[in-house]
Design a protein around this ligand. Sequence first.
Ligand code: MG
Ligand code: MG
Length: 266
Amino acid sequence: MTFRRIKYKSEADFVKLRESAKVVAITLAEVAKYVKPGVPLTYLDSIGEQCIRDHHAIPSFKGFEGYPASLCLSVNDVVVHGIPKPNDVLRDGDIVSVDCGALLNGFHGDFAYTFAVGEVKEEVRLLMERTKESLMLGIKAAVSGNTVGDIGHAVQSYCEQFNYGVVRELCGHGIGRDMHERPDIPNYGRPHTGDRLQPGMCICIEPMITLGTHKIYMEKDGWTIHTQDNKPAAHYEHQMIITDKGTEVISSYKLIGEVLGTQELY
Ligand code: MG
Ligand code: MG
């Protein structure tokens, strides 16, 4: 086992990280325009890839441990890492989690948003809304001096009051020159436990929350993660830097909000 230390970033690194995150923000908003019934997932992926490359960045996911696409497109009971396949088409009432990574000037941006396709059931709309809210609570806990357990506890305690499942096997992470760095940021945990957040860190918090069991399985493709009971899952991810003056969320849903007509806090 290799010991991976936490890689602290400089002010100059933060500047680059903000730029990478901006490419992801623009790309997710571009993809948002095409999230409609009848649209093939491979088309969404091509829109995403083109947008990333138009901004002189490289899709972080493409080729990562053999992953074949530029976006992860996870529909309904797919929690994360959904591979867009040619025959997969969005239908009215679906939800699709779009996860996007962009590498620019040596640093990665990585965040995600779950979209409704047409009209979704009320229970699914609430799942989306509350998953996003749990992310906001996680961000509030993500301040210098707190621990990753404080973040996980904030997400878990909020979601479990609704009897939602909090996926255990996948988690948020540090990010920088590598897409996945230390520390791991689980979406469950106990306050005051785990790695301590310190100035110079850049992290992604990404609750994966389900309408039923938290248990998951992986498809034979080695990527696609489903809920075991095939109930829907939502996934939102934000990226932030920890400084001694506070935490700055460098990802943004505001451009998505302009497309969807929603108010987004970050
Ligand atoms: Mg991530
Ligand atoms: Mg991601």
